[in-house]
Structure formats: C-alpha cells, structure tokens
Design a binder for this molecule. Structure first.
Ligand SMILES: Cc1cc2nc3c(=O)[nH]c(=O)nc-3n(C[C@H](O)[C@H](O)[C@H](O)COP(=O)(O)O)c2cc1C
Length: 263
C-alpha cells in the first residue's frame, strides 16, 4: 500500500477538514500539521506527498512558502497540492509548483477547493445553511481529487491561467504579504471581554502571541491567519476596527483542540 503524507496548514479548520477527508480516502496516510515546530521536515520516507493550505492574498501563506522551500522529498515521489479558498483562488498553486521545481521536485497536480471564507476584516461568517452547501460540494470535490491522486494524475492546475491575472495577483500578494508582520502587531488587540483563558496563545500556529498579565501581546512573526480572533471564546479579539460586530467563523467539524499543534 502506498504510504502518503498529507501536510496541512489551517487556522479555522477548512484545510484540516479537507486533509482529513483526503487521508480517509487514501488509506495509509499520515496527517502532519505545518507549524513553527516543524524545523527540518523530512518526507523522504513517503511515496506520495500532499500539501493542503488556505490561499492568502491570492498566494501562499508565508509559513507554507518557507516550508515548501525546505521539506525533503525524494524526486520520484508523487506530489500534489490542494488549496482551500473563500472566493478567488489566485496563484498559490503555481507558486507552490515554482518553489518545488527549483528544488528538483515536480508538483504533479494542484487542486482548488472552495470553502467558507475566513478573512473577517473584510466579511463576517456566512450563514450556516450556505456553509453546509459549500461543505457538500467540498465532499464531492475531495472524492474526485482522491480518485485522481490514486491514478497518479498529472498536469492539473486549477487556477486562472491568464497572464494578466497572474501578474496582478503577484503584485497584490507582494504588497499584502510583506506588510503582515508589522500590521499584525499594530492591528490585533483584545477588548475588556478578554477572560485571560490563553487559548489565543495556544492556538497560534507560529507562537506569535505572548500572554502579558494573562492578555495577548502579538509579536512579529504573525501569519495573519486569524486563528486567535476566530477561536476566542469571548470574542474579545479584534483587528483594528474592521472586525467589530462581524460573525466569527470556524469549520463546524473542527474543534480548537484539533488545531493546537505546537508542543
Ligand atoms: C489573511 C487571509 C487572506 C485570504 N486571502 C484569500 C484570497 O486571496 N482568496 C480567497 O479566495 N480566500 C482568501 N482567504 C480565505 C481563506 O483562504 C479560506 O477561508 C480558507 O479556506 C481558510 O482555510 P483554513 O480554515 O484552513 O485556515 C484568506 C484568508 C485569510 C485569513
């Protein structure tokens, strides 16, 4: 039986839910979180490797970018990626392909799966009925991905191929992602509703939150994943004034504990 590794990055559970569905369909698969504790990732033991991650600003989350740049994979390994996105997939998949190619690894297929969006500074959570419709489509899509991966399909790249779009996405990505660390330090804050439970610090995939007097203080390696804000049980975390009164989101089948992946 083919041994598969599925590496995932997820803050509100969409990518984890997809990774779990893939693992169930591919048998013999290990699911491994991408977080700041995975220093020298080694997948040379696996014959098939998949990456599941959300799209950020039409591109790759910073942590996924650096992860792809250092993971060890044997050249003959079958490699695929699945990007989850809220509305506009951008060019994260081809970015992943380019990074791997420079290291002599071929990305055979890149798939996109639409999920409820989680970028609260722009919009609140969509109603549960609408979410359920998306989840239904996701299950069907994931099944198709499993079939293609089992056939070792190649050449699928599910993103808009028009050059102008790609150039525009790249510009937006560069402008947005370079500002993330500082804008997070300045942007996130906790309100008086904070109960000092510390969940925000535990759930942060990169350990970017320090508790000071029990309350969160944001350091400088934020990924902008919104995990702290989305999972706060008291809804006491805001990003500037853009998130006030907006509904929080996380995947209904995923618990906060599932996303606490650092020791
Ligand atoms: C910082 C940030 C940027 C995002 N940018 C995009 C985007 O460019 N296009 C898009 O369709 N969705 C975007 N989203 C939405 C997520 O890609 C989507 O909700 C994803 O499924 C979340 O996955 P997760 O729950 O595994 O973290 C963004 C979300 C965040 C937090």
């Amino acid at each position: 039986m083919v041994k598969t590794a599925i590496y995932y990055f997820s803050s509100t559970g969409n990518s984890l839910a997809v990774a779990r569905d893939l693992a169930r369909g591919l048998d013999n698969a290990d699911i491994i979180p991408i977080n700041s504790s995975l220093d020298a990732p080694d997948a040379s033991f696996y014959e098939r490797v998949g990456f599941v991650f959300p799209i950020y600003m039409f591109g790759l989350p910073l942590i996924v970018r650096s992860f792809l740049g250092k993971i060890e994979i044997k050249p003959e390994t079958y490699v695929f990626s699945v990007a989850t996105f809220g509305g506009l997939p951008g060019r994260a998949l081809s970015m992943a392909g380019e990074i791997l190619k420079k290291r002599g690894i071929e990305l055979a297929c890149g798939f996109s799966v639409q999920m409820p969006g989680n970028y609260t500074p722009l919009y609140g959570a969509i109603p549960r009925k609408q979410q359920d419709k998306i989840f239904l489509r996701q299950k069907i899509k994931t099944q198709k991905i499993i079939e293609l991966v089992c056939q070792q399909a190649a050449g699928v790249m599910e993103e808009n191929p028009f050059l102008l779009n790609l150039a525009l996405y790249l510009l937006l990505y560069r402008a947005g992602s370079s500002r993330i660390p500082l804008s997070a330090r300045r942007g996130f804050w906790s309100t008086e509703a904070c109960t000092k439970c510390g969940l925000c610090a535990k759930i942060c995939p990169v350990g970017n939150i320090q508790l000071q007097g029990g309350r969160p203080f944001w350091l400088l390696h934020c990924q902008h994943c919104m995990g702290c804000l989305q999972w706060c049980p008291a809804q006491a975390i805001e990003y500037r004034n853009f998130t006030r009164g907006k509904g929080r989101y996380h995947h209904p089948e995923i618990q906060a504990l599932d996303l606490i992946t650092r020791p």
